[in-house]
Design a protein around this ligand. Structure first.
Ligand SMILES: [Fe+2]
Length: 292
């Protein structure tokens, strides 16, 4: 009986493979800090290619000491990794743009939910880039869980069971007025969203369209049930997968300093923004799609 979560070291994660970047791995096989780079500088093609490769291979990458990005800057930087998309349907937009997620005394953090971004959309966002431009001196960390590693560490029998399952995801998790971000909607807007964004079926184990790696793709925020199972079976399997993903060996925390940037792959990572502070916090976010 195995009790460890040891993956063989992946050859493609050797830091030298990401030259000319300086890459500092943070956890075995996922998470990295990229040093000595200003994201607003005019970056050459090899640097841009290496950044995209680091994003895909490490799942989440961090940049410290960045200038405060304007929304246009952030869209330009996101274009290194993919094509900015419309993001969450919670805010109607005319085109790709950054969101400002503001926490203050009127909007306390309701962010401590494990999830990947926008898994309920017809085309879930592949990547997310955020810059925390202001926040508490302590608290408000973000945790990421590597769902690729979580999948790889399952036993072969469990992998065989979950591999071909399909689950239903839905965005309306708390009902109208149940979440602060929905309270601005009137009744007509709410029912319009329900019509426009029906439940979405996603594989329980997702094969990444670019890297070909597999990852667990159910999350406790949006996944409602697994198709074809009895309700109690579905609940039990989902609870098992959620608790498995939460193993400390699969996650890392980031303690934000102002203007740190994180870029992650929603198809191989989940995240959770800790709700342990009462202070102003400004998160500038853009989500994006990417192609092989
Ligand atoms: Fe999120």
């Amino acid at each position: 009986m195995s009790t460890n979560f040891i993956e063989p070291t992946e050859d493609w994660l050797r830091p030298q493979r990401f030259a000319p970047l300086t890459v500092v791995p943070l956890m075995p096989n996922f998470g990295a800090r990229i040093e000595g780079i200003d994201l607003t500088a005019d970056l050459d093609a090899p640097t841009r290619a290496a950044l995209r490769e680091a994003w895909l291979r490490f799942g989440v990458i961090f940049f410290a000491n960045q200038p405060k990005l304007t929304p246009d800057h952030q869209l330009e930087v996101a274009a290194i990794f993919g094509t900015p998309d419309f993001g969450s349907h919670l805010v109607e937009k005319a085109g790709p743009q950054v969101d400002h997620i503001i926490i203050d005394e009127n909007r306390p953090p309701q962010t401590n939910l494990w999830h990947s971004d926008n898994t309920t959309l017809p085309e879930p966002s592949m990547g997310t880039m955020i810059q925390i431009q202001d926040g508490p001196a302590v608290g408000g960390n973000t945790a990421w869980a590597c769902t690729r590693k979580a999948y790889n560490c399952l036993s072969d029998r469990m992998k065989a069971y979950v591999d071909d399952l399909v689950a239903v995801h839905y965005w309306d998790t708390r009902g109208h007025k149940g979440a602060s971000y929905l309270q601005a909607w009137d009744e007509a807007t709410y029912f319009d969203k329900i019509r426009k964004y029906p439940p979405k079926e996603n594989p329980v184990v997702l094969t990444h369209p670019i890297t070909g790696t597999k990852a667990i793709y159910v999350n406790e925020t949006y996944t409602r049930y697994i198709c074809g199972l009895h309700n109690y079976e579905s609940q039990a399997i989902l609870q098992f997968l959620y608790s498995w993903i939460r193993m400390p060996e699969f996650f890392l925390y980031h303690h934000w300093k102002a203007n740190d940037v994180a870029v992650w792959d929603n198809l191989s990572m989940q995240h959770y923004a800790l709700a342990d502070y009462q202070a102003f916090r400004l998160n500038q976010r853009v989500t994006f799609m990417a192609e092989a």
